[in-house]
Design a protein around this ligand. Sequence first.
Ligand SMILES: Cc1ncc(COP(=O)(O)O)c(C=O)c1O
Length: 373
Amino acid sequence: MLNLLDSIPNVLLLGAGPSCCSPSTYHALSCPTLSHMDPYFIKIMDEIKSYLQQLMDTKNELTVPLSTSGSGGMEATFVNIVERGDKILVLENGSFSERMIDVAGRLGAEVTALHYPWGEPISVEEAAAQLKKEHYKAVAMVYAETSTGVLNPVEEIGALVKDSDTLLLVDAVPALGGIPIKVDEWGIDICYSGSQKCLSCPPGLAPITVSPKAIEVIKNRKTKVPNWYLDMNMIMGYWGGGQSRVYHHTAPVNMIYGLYQALYNIFEEGVDQVFARHMAAHHYLIEQIGQIGWELLVKDERYRLPVVNALKVPAGIDAAAFRSRLLNDYQIEVGGGYGSLDGKVIRIGLMGYNAQKYNVDRVIAAMKEIIAG
Ligand SMILES: Cc1ncc(COP(=O)(O)O)c(C=O)c1O
């Protein structure tokens, strides 16, 4: 009988995520399944919390992987904070901050959005002026905009709201494990990520951290969190109660093993070394694309996201056909552009296990052959 799993192609994932996992992480996924309430599994959960706290640079007790993808992390963030009529400010410069506007709007928030050209960072000055003009329950932004390759100034926005009752909600989906993120120092109240990018674990988990200030807001809601599955009050009962945990839902046990191993790998290599490896791969890519006459979409290097690089496609090259050739002839996946960037950029992710100069060499060699025809 044909088993489709026997013929899964061996693709080098250099797109906007997922990235490839290390063999040790693939092995971890196949360890024997324990009960989600087993004391040994709880030890693994506790260790994951501690690793995530260190990687996010936070003391937040509520720092856990949610059983959902990055979008579920976004949903959890807004559904726990927003009540009908709440004023939320979203700083939009890409498709994921655009998604935030939709998510908050569906919950009945009164959303104000400041829009910026895709490929450019959000403006701190304009955000500051808007925050002076009006009081918001929360300001939301994307730290690492995967859709455009922009790194937004979270620390500066954090400084604007740190000493107020306005919460700072940050999407760090492709950032976690690849570049520094300082949740406490930057004054972030909720920060979520995804397992499949720089953590190099398969998709399906959304690490999230919630500050005591945000927990107060959640506990003092006038209405119940309108989503049972993502209600942080209940998730706290499962992840936070030591050995006396309360069942909420059956955790994806083997995925949690995978995340444990992926985090173990980062700490074994050394967090600073891991960040330096991502940076080195990014700089090497810039050097190499320069040699074939290509350039990055983001002009100002201070706002370049090192882990997802949006490359402008030169005139005369069909971006979709180019990506198809990379996949079909060279088994390399790279990302395309979204919305207004469709056909104009390709995105090369150098995330986690894949952030290596030899992967840059492989994709550049393939690109050169395709360009030469
Ligand atoms: C910045 C950002 N936010 C949110 C998401 C959504 O994550 P997921 O696709 O895991 O639901 C992504 C995924 O690419 C992302 O890059």
